[in-house]
Design a protein. Structure first.
Length: 278
C-alpha cells in the first residue's frame, strides 16, 4: 500500500508540474504576441512578419520576458522593436552593434542611426549597447550573463569577411557570453547542400552543415532545427544572390514581380545550447 501511495504521489506531482508548465508557456507566447504589436514597431517592419515569423522564432529559441538576451548586429533594429518591449519589465537586452570606433563609414552610420532609434522612445531605455565584430575576445555581453544569444542573417557576412576563422571567433564570443545551458539561436539564408560545389561563397546563402560544424567547434551542442522560416519557392540560385529577392530586389532589367512572387529567402533556423557541464 505504501509503495502504491508513493507512486501515486509522484505521478500527481509530475502531472501538476506539467500542468503548471503549460500556462507559463502560454503566458510567454501571449507576451511575445503583445511585443510584436507594440507601438514602436513600424508598419514597414510588421509587413515582413509573414517571412520572418518573429513570435514563433523567438519562442523556438526559448526567449521569455525574463530572459537576458544578446542581439548580434541588430542593424536598424527590426528585432529590437520586439525584444525591447518584451524584456523591458523583467529581462535584459544587449544590442551588440558595430564598435563605436569602427572605421567603416557604413558601420558608423548604422550605429549612429541605431543610437538615435534607442533615444526615440522610453521603451528602449534598458537596452545596453555593446559592440560586436567577428574577432577573438570581443565581449558582446558580460561573460556568463546571457540566457540567449540571437543572430539573424549574419553568418554569410562573417564568412565573406574572414572565412571559417572569423566565424569561429564569433561563435566563441557567443559561447563566453552565455550562461551554462544558454541558447544560441541562428537564422540564416540557407544554401541547399546540393549546391556546395557551386560558387556560393558571395551569394548571401550559407550551408547548414558548415554552420553546425563551426558551432560545435566552439563547444555548442546542436539541439534542434525548425522550418519556421523555410521558403520552398526559393532555389537559392539567383543572378544577384539572395539580394535578388525581397526586400532588396536587385533584379536589374528583370521583372521584379517574378521575385516578389518567390518572397524572402529560404532560411534555416538552428538552436544550439551551451552545455551545463563546463
Amino acid at each position: 500500500m505504501k509503495t502504491t501511495t508513493l507512486l501515486s504521489v509522484v505521478a500527481l506531482l509530475g502531472l501538476t508540474a506539467s500542468l503548471c508548465t503549460v500556462p507559463r508557456a502560454l503566458a510567454a507566447n501571449e507576451e511575445l504576441e503583445q511585443a510584436a504589436t507594440h507601438h514602436v514597431r513600424t508598419e514597414q517592419n510588421k509587413a515582413r512578419d509573414q517571412y520572418r515569423n518573429p513570435v514563433a522564432t523567438l519562442a523556438f529559441f526559448d526567449v521569455t520576458p525574463h530572459s537576458s538576451v544578446v542581439e548580434i548586429s541588430p542593424g536598424a533594429g527590426w528585432y529590437t522593436e520586439i525584444l525591447a518591449p518584451l524584456l523591458a519589465a523583467h529581462g535584459n537586452l544587449y544590442a551588440a552593434h558595430f564598435p563605436a570606433d569602427t572605421t567603416s563609414e557604413y558601420g558608423q552610420r548604422a550605429r549612429a542611426n541605431f543610437v538615435t532609434k534607442l533615444a526615440s522612445d522610453p521603451i528602449y531605455r534598458k537596452v545596453q549597447l555593446t559592440a560586436f565584430a567577428p574577432l577573438a575576445g570581443v565581449e558582446v555581453a558580460p561573460a556568463g550573463s546571457a540566457d540567449v544569444v540571437l543572430t539573424f542573417r549574419n553568418l554569410h557576412n562573417w564568412y565573406m569577411a574572414g572565412g571559417e576563422e572569423a566565424m569561429l571567433h564569433a561563435f566563441n564570443n557567443f559561447y563566453t557570453a552565455l550562461k551554462p545551458g544558454g541558447v544560441l539561436g541562428v537564422v540564416e539564408h540557407r544554401l541547399p547542400e546540393s549546391r556546395l560545389d557551386t560558387n556560393w561563397t558571395r551569394s548571401g546563402y550559407f550551408p547548414q552543415s558548415l554552420a553546425v560544424k563551426i558551432a560545435e567547434q566552439a563547444g555548442f551542442v546542436f539541439e534542434a532545427s525548425s522550418e519556421i522560416n523555410a521558403n520552398p519557392k526559393d532555389t537559392a540560385d539567383h543572378p544577384n544572390g539572395v539580394w535578388t529577392l525581397p526586400p532588396s530586389l536587385r533584379v536589374g532589367d528583370a521583372d521584379p514581380e517574378i521575385y516578389k512572387a518567390i518572397g524572402e529567402s529560404d532560411r534555416m533556423t538552428l538552436k544550439f545550447r551551451k552545455p551545463l557541464a563546463q
